[in-house]
Ligand binder design. Structure first.
Ligand code: ADP
Ligand code: ZN
Length: 650
């Protein structure tokens, strides 16, 4: 009899078992676990505090599945160690849910044809292509170029290069619903579609794709962040497109930043990784400036298509007549384009009709019963909706507080309300509202793109769902309804995110020979970010942001971890976080900030409090957190969420 560790795909660590079978690390086995027999993986030994032999159970049998690749096991261990998530929870992301079931009709992934493109690369593009071809082993390259500079074209060429070496390629894209255009391009370039990995695959598609990645028949896999955990055997390149995108941070379950973990994955595979962006994250930018990353720049739009002319519209100058959400200047710019059949995009990152409803008679504001958040009016569905927990209710006809009738008014604009205004101002224009409420399936998106491309629409009004990835040759005007919106609040990255998002949105205008124009409506035109945007001056913004973060020892110049404690009983929850704070080990270089009420004080009926741990860059923040938290017992009614490198500060 021999001892082995088995890891199950549940939120626990590895367990010791006994066996007389000859087992190898990574093999799939069936073993008694709780009351059932469960599929687990033979895991490398991790500790020497062994259990007494008479308490150990025996492994049942070995499954005929080929073993989990060694690199995947190392990656799972690494991610769990870094994020402090239970090892089994990370393993779960690396397995497919139909373990042990063999597919009857496996999907077939045809090999892409890496052959040569018809493309005539410009000299800067060619320089980037060559630099990438010369990479060998692990190296991070930042492909940094304005929208339309040919980044995709350039990394396609590198994908072709890796395919010629018969290695696998992983491409991470932020939001899979937006990839129709990307996929079309891929197919055109490589002759076949790549394998896909995202949350709307059926269990069978998951099983088949997982299998195809492991046996190597899926040579290029495109996916959302969880694709990182697929069992690649022979990974030769990772591309992270739109590397700055906030959706790479997973905010539920295992909290990880997929871009950062992709770098770790590339290191384990000893292969290059390309981060592509027109607005790199400050983290990546600093690494590139310091020479840790290869910095490949494509400073111009391909064939010199000019960047849009940009102007700030100062909304403080009171307009005569009735107040509009769309200013006179923006209205004029829209009006100019209609007869020319040029398209316009109005951007407002807020779904629904209005963000707040209040009673004119008593001042009562309608709040979600489960969250500390206002209910958003959705006129089209006749509902009030909480954008945090999804709670909905019909729009009431009287104030729930003072019971006056007809006194409830909607305050502020959402996309629906801007659309309503545009319909009144331009009754003949063909208008589309574009938000996640209206686009739920990838097919809807494909259809919309088709309508835009064939000129069936004049004015698009939408949220960030429209910000990236598309290239509409007739779109010459972008109007940002509320440029200041993202800047409020104490979020570390609020400024950075606003800059990136607005710069991307503005980049939608004038992608071909017709010159584009971007108008930014702001009540705060002196703000550095608004100013930098209007001047198209990324360096000004990045330099300033870098200085501020450095001064405050904030990421990437320092480390953060956040601890959020939440529970239905407010007193117990508050006492728990206070106890936690009191027991924090004292270290000269580590600061504990809080406890404070979390920015969203109540979410889904739970009260929330927060602690922030701030440490120097070199500090092993994980060791500190273990030292602190491993010995503490949290009441069962209270949840604790540990987020290493937090991105959202809600
Ligand atoms: P980015 O990814 O930087 O936004 P793309 O790769 O999408 O840029 O390029 C923008 C457009 O210009 C695409 O239609 C692309 O096919 C085209 N393009 C880029 N470089 C070239 C080139 N060297 N020759 C022909 N077309 C190019
Ligand atoms: Zn709610």
């Amino acid at each position: 009899m021999q001892r082995v560790f088995i890891l199950f795909p549940v939120a626990l660590g590895a367990y010791e078992y006994l066996t007389d079978l000859k087992l190898q690390v990574g093999q799939f086995v069936l073993a008694p676990f709780g009351k059932k027999k469960t599929v687990g993986i033979v895991w490398p030994e991790k500790s020497d505090d062994h259990f007494p032999e008479n308490k150990l159970k025996k492994i049942d049998s070995v499954l005929p599945e080929p073993a989990l690749p060694e690199q995947t096991i190392r990656f799972v261990n690494w991610v769990a160690g870094y994020t402090l998530a239970p090892l089994g929870a990370v393993l779960k992301m690396a397995l497919n849910p139909q373990m042990g079931k063999i597919s009857r009709n496996p999907l077939i992934f045809l090999p892409p044809n890496p052959g040569h493109t018809q493309i005539d690369f410009s000299s800067v593009q060619l320089k980037a292509v060559k630099a990438m071809h010369n990479l060998s082993g692990f190296k991070v390259a930042l492909l940094d170029g304005v929208t339309g500079s040919g980044k995709t074209e350039v990394y396609f060429e590198e994908i072709a290069h890796i395919l010629e070496q018969k290695k696998q390629v992983l491409v991470l894209l932020p939001e899979i619903i937006l990839t129709t255009a990307w996929l079309k391009r891929f197919e055109k370039r490589f002759g076949v579609a790549p394998a896909l990995w995202h949350s709307s695959l059926t269990p069978k598609q998951r099983r088949d794709t997982w299998e195809a990645v492991r046996n190597g028949s899926a040579q290029v896999l495109v996916g959302a962040r969880s694709a990182l955990f697929l069992p690649f055997l022979n990974l030769g390149l990772i591309v992270v497109d739109e590397e700055h995108d906030p959706s790479f941070k997973q905010e539920e379950g295992v909290l990880y930043q997929a871009r950062d973990m992709a770098i770790v994955r590339a290191k384990i595979a000893d292969c290059p990784i390309v981060l592509a962006s027109a607005t790199p994250s400050l983290e990546t930018y600093v690494h590139a400036k310091e020479g840790d990353y290869l910095h490949l720049q494509l400073p111009e739009r391909y064939r010199g298509a000019e960047l849009p002319e940009t102007r700030i519209i100062d909304m403080r100058q009171k307009e005569k007549g009735p107040v509009h959400f769309v200013s006179k200047e923006l209205q004029e710019a829209l009006a100019e384009r209609l007869p020319k059949k040029e398209q316009s995009l109005l951007f407002l990152n807020r779904r629904g009709y209005a963000p707040l409803m209040l009673c004119r008679a008593c001042g009562h504001r309608l709040q979600c019963p489960h969250c500390s958040a206002w209910l958003v009016t959705h006129k089209e569905t006749h509902q009030l909706q909480c954008h945090h927990c999804g709670h909905t209710m019909p729009i009431p006809t009287e104030c729930p507080q003072c019971h006056e009738k007809g006194t409830l008014v909607a305050c502020g604009p959402g996309v629906e309300r801007v659309a309503e205004e545009i319909r009144t101002l331009f009754p003949n224009a063909r208008i589309a509202q574009i938000t996640s409420d209206t686009l739920t399936h990838p097919q809807d998106f494909a259809q919309l793109i088709q309508q835009i491309e064939s000129g069936e629409l004049d004015i698009l009004i939408g949220t960030q769902i429209l910000a990236k990835g598309h290239h509409f040759k007739n779109l010459t005007l972008v109007g940002v309804i509320d440029a200041d919106m993202g800047l409020a609040g104490g979020d570390l990255r609020a400024g950075e995110r606003t800059f990136q998002l607005l710069q991307q949105v503005m980049g939608r205008a004038g992608r071909e020979e017709k010159k584009g124009m971007a108008l930014l409506q702001s009540y705060n035109p002196e703000n550095l970010i608004i100013h930098a945007l209007s001047q198209n001056d990324r360096t000004c913004f990045l330099t300033e942001e870098k200085m501020t973060r450095k001064l405050l020892h904030m990421p990437p110049f320092g480390r953060l971890a956040s601890i959020i404690v939440s529970g239905r009983n407010q007193v117990i929850t508050w006492q728990t976080i206070q106890q936690l704070a009191i027991k924090a080990p004292v270290k000269p270089d580590i600061e504990i900030l809080g406890p404070v009420v979390a920015p969203i004080a109540k979410l889904r009926g739970k009260f929330r409090y927060r602690l922030l741990v701030k440490a120097p860059k070199e500090a092993k923040i994980q060791n500190y957190l273990h030292l602190w938290l491993d010995s503490i017992k949290i009441p069962a009614s209270v949840d604790m969420r540990i987020d290493v490198d937090p991105y959202s500060f809600f």
